[in-house]
Design a protein around this ligand. Structure first.
Ligand SMILES: *Cc1c(COP(=O)(O)O)cnc(C)c1O
Length: 220
């Protein structure tokens, strides 16, 4: 039985066509990713740059690679030649480094600003004001090799659906508020295996789903 393929099919059918599915393949072997690839999946999400780079090298070149994890500035260079979307940009400093590395490869790298919506202390991200400051700053306008195309958020890991709903509503509201002034914002990346249905109801345009496709991970 090929459960990855079946899982992927099930998820693909339950996600509306206009919502982009990122198959989160972190920690999983290339053979597992290839099952998803052969079933038609072309967008994969990883949270470690080195692991993503190794998979990129080994796999077909028509895959879009999304960096969904926290990014250290000194590692941007290892993904700058191929990454298609960086989900968790949480500082101007990181944005500048992505711009610098993208320029070296003569390309533009798409980015999302990570907004802190969870109540947990450990989660990275910007608050609303910090996001607005970045979007309107003169410095950012000069970063010609990055394209900020939306927002990303992670809800608290909880069984409390109402809390998840409230947290997604917060980022969806900010997204709608920012869009008229910043029409380049088209992507709202919210929703994982445990909460993607709530996320889609809340206005998600991109879901990041791992364990429901590839099975549980032994480590994160
Ligand atoms: C691991 C991870 C996911 C996917 O989590 P699942 O619960 O396995 O679907 C989504 N987003 C981020 C940022 C992650 O690190």
């Amino acid at each position: 039985m090929n459960s990855i393929k079946e899982n992927l099919l099930k998820i693909t059918q339950s996600v509306p066509q206009e919502v982009t599915l990122v198959a989160v393949s972190k920690t999983k072997p290339i053979s597992d990713l290839m099952i998803a690839y052969n079933a038609g999946q072309r967008i994969f999400g990883e949270n470690k740059i080195q692991e993503m780079a190794e998979k990129w090298e080994a796999m077909p070149k028509d895959i879009s690679w999304h960096m969904i994890g926290h990014v250290q500035t000194n590692k941007v260079k290892y993904m700058a030649s191929f990454v298609s979307l960086v989900h968790a940009v949480d500082s101007l400093k990181l944005l500048k480094e992505i711009n610098k590395q993208a320029k070296k490869h003569n390309r533009t790298i798409n980015c999302l600003l990570q907004i802190k919506i969870a109540s947990e202390e450990s989660k990275f991200g910007l608050n609303e004001q910090e996001a607005k400051t970045i979007l309107t700053s003169e410095e950012v306008k000069e970063l010609t090799n990055v394209h900020i195309q939306g927002l990303m958020g992670m809800a608290t890991f909880t069984d409390n659906k109402q809390q998840i709903k409230n947290e997604f509503a917060k980022i969806a509201k900010l997204f709608e508020e920012l869009k008229p002034k910043h029409p380049q914002l088209t992507t709202l990346s919210i929703g994982m295996s445990g909460d993607y249905e709530i996320a889609i109801d809340s206005g998600s345009t991109m879901v990041r789903i791992g364990s429901s496709i590839f099975g549980v991970r032994n480590y994160s």
